[in-house]
Design a protein around this ligand. Structure first.
Ligand SMILES: *[C@@H]1O[C@H](CO)[C@@H](O)[C@H](O)[C@H]1NC(C)=O
Ligand SMILES: *[C@@H]1O[C@H](CO)[C@@H](O)[C@H](O)[C@H]1NC(C)=O
Ligand SMILES: *[C@@H]1O[C@H](CO)[C@@H](O)[C@H](O)[C@H]1NC(C)=O
Length: 127
């Protein structure tokens, strides 16, 4: 949902900010298991069309239920997107790593990204 929109149309042009809450599914199929949500803010920060995102992956299933991963970074839409993993909570405390996202379904009504996320994190005894 675009919440700040200097161009006053429905596109993410320079200066626009959007709130994001998207499903995280295990697989690419619409019916695959819901494992959490990606929540955060996305802003059009570059006059070259680049975008910066602050996203938390909030897991609600299985071993990582209740844990989160913070993914931050600038990207250009349409490309393979590499962003740093800058931290986490719960099982992902002290997380550090990177994520690679690729658009695999692009239609007028939706875009589906495939994420590969590589993290190093410390196993915490109280979790
Ligand atoms: C929205 O406005 C921007 C800036 O004026 C323009 O570049 C862009 O093409 C517009 N997008 C649409 C979908 O009309
Ligand atoms: C998802 O499930 C619905 C309802 O069971 C079914 O109609 C649909 O074909 C399934 N989609 C895929 C991609 O398997
Ligand atoms: C995930 O954790 C929440 C909070 O502890 C709990 O209510 C929920 O049942 C858990 N979900 C699964 C699928 O284990």
């Amino acid at each position: 949902m675009i919440v700040v929109n200097p161009s006053n149309n429905n596109s993410l042009t320079f200066g626009a900010i959007a709130a994001v809450d998207e499903m995280l599914l295990e697989g690419l199929d619409d019916n695959s298991t819901l494992i959490g949500h990606a929540q955060g803010l996305v802003g059009a920060v570059g006059r070259d069309g680049s975008v910066a995102s602050m996203l938390d992956f909030v897991f609600t299933e299985g071993e990582y239920n209740g844990s989160t991963l913070a993914i931050y970074g600038r990207f250009v839409e349409g490309d393979t997107i590499e962003r740093p993993v800058i931290g986490g909570t719960g099982k992902f405390r002290m997380a550090k790593g990177y994520s690679i996202a690729k658009p695999v379904v692009v239609s007028a009504t939706k875009v589906v990204y495939e994420f590969d996320v590589y993290v190093w994190h410390k196993e915490m005894k109280d979790n």
